[in-house]
Design a protein around this ligand. Structure first.
Ligand code: NDP
Length: 246
């Protein structure tokens, strides 16, 4: 189990789903945790209560990841609340599908803004605060490497972009003792992709272990990368998809 005692983490988009599980797992490992959310203050407050119940400091910051000023403000607020920053987890993401031919410009822009630009800007704002042993963990998707179905083209593209972002930034920050990695979830039971949703059975058939992942499965990989065991892993991807991409 990674020991994150004394570490300070910011997890974006952590009022629900994978982000909430990551925030709680980091706190369980000993970190103080700030989270951002967009539209669910009650759910965010519940996550903060969970962090505090583990004996750690927690804080929730409303910040739309589509808004550059809000992203920068949220990083500064997290640093202020926690007294610094050691770990940034870029988790906030949205999925909007449909054939490219008929996709609306606003949906294409929203995916690019939240799934790509916010990761660039949150990382940029966090870098001056990260020191030796610092960590950036991006949340990609198994679709970043293999698009096994139609109708999810732009979303998949947005996650592929995070691979080169992760690799490039690992080259910039590795010499400063800061690692940058990406975790690729496969089908994971959340509001975005419920295990009992209309799209679930087709995805389940592609997963060799035969079942959806839980948010805690993704959180476990993030906690490992964030901890001392991850110190030699840089610019890498860990796929947590039950074998879908094998
Ligand atoms: P959910 O939709 O269940 O939860 C999304 C979280 O992100 C919520 O906390 C939500 O906050 C927040 N969020 C959404 N939009 C914004 C925004 N504009 N600004 C700030 N916060 C925002 O998603 P998941 O937990 O399933 O997904 C988490 C990450 O994992 C995403 O990057 C997703 O692409 C990726 N992923 C998920 C997979 C899956 O099968 N679930 C598979 C592969 C990748 P609020 O409650 O306020 O709306």
């Amino acid at each position: 189990m990674s020991d994150l005692t004394g570490k300070r983490a910011l997890v974006t988009g952590a009022s629900r789903g994978i982000g909430a599980a990551i925030a709680l797992a980091l706190a369980k490992a000993g970190a103080d945790v700030a989270i951002t959310y967009s539209a669910s203050p009650d759910r965010a407050a519940e996550v903060v209560r969970g962090i505090e119940a583990l004996g750690r400091r927690g804080t929730a910051i409303q910040a739309d990841s589509a808004d550059p000023a809000a992203i920068r403000r949220s990083v500064e607020e997290a640093v202020g609340a926690l007294g610094g920053l050691d770990i940034l987890v870029n988790n906030a993401g949205i999925a909007r599908g449909g054939p490219l031919e008929t996709m609306r410009l606003e949906d294409i822009d929203a995916i690019i803004d939240v799934n790509i630009r916010s990761v660039v800007l949150a990382s940029q704002a966090a870098i001056p605060h990260l020191g030796q042993g610092g960590r950036i963990v991006n949340i990609g998707s198994c679709l970043a490497e293999r698009v096994a179905m139609p109708g999810i083209t732009v979303y998949s593209m947005s996650k592929s972009a995070l691979i080169s972002l992760t690799k490039g930034l690992s080259r910039e920050l590795g010499p400063r003792g800061i690692t940058v990695n990406i975790v690729h979830p496969g089908p994971t039971d959340t509001d975005m992709n419920p295990a009992d949703g209309p799209q679930a059975e087709g995805q389940r058939q592609l997963v060799s272990v035969g079942h959806y992942g839980q948010p805690e499965d993704i959180a476990a990989a993030v906690v490992f990368l964030a901890g001392p065991g991850g110190r030699q892993i840089n610019g890498a991807g860990i796929t947590v998809d039950g074998g879908l991409n094998a």
